[in-house]
Design a protein around this ligand. Structure first.
Ligand code: NAP
Length: 282
């Protein structure tokens, strides 16, 4: 039976470390402030934004919310971001995705100053991650790394399979595992032998968005299984990409959904905001 990796507990440890760092900065008269921009009325985005603001309150980071109506134009949003880029009080800028139709997400991300890009989505930060010389790590993959490290399982030399190749999760996740000397395989919707590839994974990371895609017969005995997926079932329940009930019989370690990767994403955002404040005050 797999050991459950408790993302809630580990994320709380990270947030307490961040809280200490915020206190130290306050003693040096440095305040830490995150601007959170939300456009439109997507209920899931509202929940995420509220959770991020709660985390800011907990660790002592000031959060400034900019809630814009659904009909906001791309130019209006870009103008706000440019204003936040110039504002010395703001250390980090987070634009909650997805954005309403008609707004080009790529353009929005590229407008955020790389020094304030606490999601690490800007091409400059993505490039820095590629060469292993970065200030920020993207929140979800960095959170997954902390969860994997918490198991004590050595990463070096292990076969890591990442299912999903998105710019925000799959690709950076693969890069972080490569930096840790894992041998990495990336799978996607065109992978023909997904089951066979997954069966060889010592560390399996699912970032797809399909409930129960990963079943017990795809998992190697004792593997570390990290479930990034967040799927809403017809009954309203939240579940991951991994069939938790059956996979926990085979895996060595497994993250639950909820209570696994999700809280780590927010904890890393707090870490990145403090890093931004430190870099800007050097
Ligand atoms: P995405 O942009 O939709 O990417 C999904 C990836 O899965 C794509 O690369 C796609 O392949 C691949 N895929 C789709 N069907 C597949 C299949 N049958 N077999 C193998 N690969 C398949 O999604 P994302 O933004 O990376 O997010 C992935 C999941 O993580 C979602 O459920 C999302 O809600 C969740 N998420 C959670 C957190 C958190 O904090 N917990 C943060 C971010 C995302 P192609 O590239 O070929 O299309």
């Amino acid at each position: 039976m797999a050991k459950i990796i408790d993302g809630k507990q580990i994320s709380m440890q990270v947030k307490m470390q961040v809280k200490e760092e915020v206190q130290q900065l306050t003693e040096q008269q440095i305040s830490v402030c995150l601007a959170v921009v939300i456009v439109g009325n997507d209920p899931a985005s509202r929940v995420y934004v509220n959770n991020k603001k709660k985390a800011c309150d907990l660790v002592g980071i000031q959060s400034m919310e900019y809630a814009l109506p659904e009909e906001t134009t791309q130019q209006e949003l870009l103008t706000l971001i440019e204003k936040l880029n110039q504002d010395k009080q703001i250390n980090g800028i987070l634009v909650q995705l997805p954005l309403p139709k008609g707004i080009d997400e790529k353009k929005v991300i590229e407008t955020i100053s790389p020094q304030k890009d606490v999601d690490a989505f800007h091409a400059v930060n993505v490039g820095k991650i590629m060469i292993g010389n970065y200030d920020f790590l993207p929140c979800t993959p960095a959170g997954c790394m902390d969860l994997i490290r918490s198991t004590g399982v050595e990463i070096q030399g292990k076969h890591c399979v990442v299912i999903g190749r998105s710019n925000i999760v799959g690709k950076p996740m693969s890069m972080l595992m490569l930096h840790e000397n894992a041998t990495v395989t990336i799978c996607h919707s065109k992978t023909v032998n997904l089951k066979e590839v997954c069966q060889t994974a010592d560390i399996l990371i699912a970032a797809v968005g399909k409930a129960n895609l990963v079943t017990a017969d795809m998992v190697k005995q004792g593997a570390v299984v990290i479930d990034v997926g967040m799927n809403r079932l017809p009954n309203g329940k939240l579940c991951g990409d991994v069939d938790f009930q059956t996979v926990q019989e085979v895996a060595g370690y497994i993250t639950p959904v909820p209570g696994g990767v999700g809280p780590m994403t927010i904890a890393t955002l707090m870490k990145n905001t403090v890093t931004a404040a430190k870099v800007q005050n050097q």
